[in-house]
Design a protein around this ligand. Structure first.
Ligand code: SF4
Length: 362
């Protein structure tokens, strides 16, 4: 039996379910803040394995979902400038903002191209010296190191027709802003982000915010083990940080990745969809690299965009609502025709619910 088969082994899973059932002594809400956890929880039916008094909610863990309408407006503005090749990950192409999306702009003639990494965008810049190439840099601590390495390389090679629209965000500041005053009793910390930051970066959740927290992997065993620890703490009115993903996460994280982020970026205030403006929760380019800042380079006109008022993405990203609460879910809003950002990425709460749990939701 492989390691991964063991992580899905029925007997082990049942033991964890039994422990959780026996120790869930009061109603509680547990939030996950990682899009891959959102997807895994839906895919493996984790909610159906838990007693009714444990409520699992999604937080602001999907980078596509938390990119707000004003940032999308800036992207639209840049993508429509003559001479620019605007590049982004595939998911960003379909994010609706107001009555537009990058996909619609592409259909109307803007030169917008999907890339798999910022290095691909940099290569486009090398191959098209007469054009300006802009990369829409979206993601958390997991993707920021590669963007930083790309900027560093562009700087070393003096590639001057490359820049980024920086929408990188960092998770701890969002958690600090969201948890106090929320109904969330405990947190499943993001496993991928913790690989980069280290487990200790989330110590504040237990020590300062007084909520139990567990860094978790993405197999059913990983997620149920994290929930078991959290339920035990809730029962005992305790708040510890647990590393339930030691095969990938250590205390201090990936120092090389942290150093390249620190070299190229600095913390900045920024807007999250659903959470609003959060101090020091985003990354912006340091002054030495400001030539690669597309906003400084092209001064895109501000575009005012409002989300569909019926869309409940904001409440879902705060853990206050579930996709099934939205009147548009599986009606006007589907993955083929997303009305809001949470229906676009596979890691979005609405898309994951649609794909794996729709029949139950009806
Ligand atoms: S179902 Fe669609 S419209 Fe409703 S909250 Fe989700 S993304 Fe928004």
């Amino acid at each position: 039996m492989s390691d991964y088969q063991m992580l899905r082994e029925a007997h082990t899973i049942q033991s964890l379910r039994d422990f959780i059932n026996d120790n869930a002594v009061r109603p509680c809400t547990i939030m996950e803040v990682c899009g891959t956890h959102t997807m895994s929880i839906a895919r493996w039916g984790i909610k159906t394995m838990l007693p009714d008094q444990i409520r699992l909610v999604s937080g602001p863990g999907c980078p596509v979902c938390v990119t707000d309408a004003s940032m999308m407006g800036t992207a639209f503005s840049l993508a429509q400038k003559p001479g620019i090749i605007f590049t982004c990950f595939g998911d960003m192409l379909r994010v609706p903002a107001g009555d537009k999306s990058l996909l619609q702009l592409k259909s109307s003639g803007s030169d917008i191209r999907i890339v798999l990494s910022p290095m691909d965008a940099l290569q486009l810049a090398v191959e098209n010296p007469e054009r300006e190439v802009v990369f829409f840099a979206v993601g958390f601590e997991t993707t920021a190191p590669l963007t930083a390495a790309t900027i560093n390389l562009a700087n070393q090679k003096q590639i001057t027709n490359f820049s980024i629209l920086c929408a990188h965000k960092t998770m701890p500041a969002a958690i600090k802003a969201l948890l106090p005053g929320s109904a969330v009793d405990a947190l499943i910390c993001p496993g991928h982000v913790a690989v980069i930051t280290g487990c200790k970066k989330f110590q504040f959740v237990a020590e300062i915010l007084k909520r139990p927290a567990a860094v978790a992997g993405f197999e059913p065993f990983d997620i149920l083990l994290a929930i078991a620890y959290l339920i035990k703490d809730i029962k005992e009115n305790a708040a510890h940080l647990y590393n339930c993903y030691p095969r990938a996460v250590d205390d201090n994280g990936n120092i090389t990745a942290q150093e390249i982020i620190d070299q190229v970026f600095m913390p900045a205030d920024g807007i999250w969809r659903g959470l609003g403006l959060i101090k020091d929760s985003c990354l912006s380019l340091r002054d030495e690299y400001s030539d690669f800042d597309a906003v400084k380079k092209f001064a895109p006109e501000p575009v005012s965009i409002s989300d569909n008022p019926a869309c409940m993405c904001s409440a879902i990203l705060r853990g206050e609502s579930s996709p099934e609460d939205c009147q548009l879910f599986d009606k006007q809003c589907t993955p083929e025709h997303p009305v809001g950002a949470c229906m676009v990425s596979a890691e979005g709460s609405c898309a994951a619910t649609y794909k794996y749990m729709r029949r139950k939701a009806k």
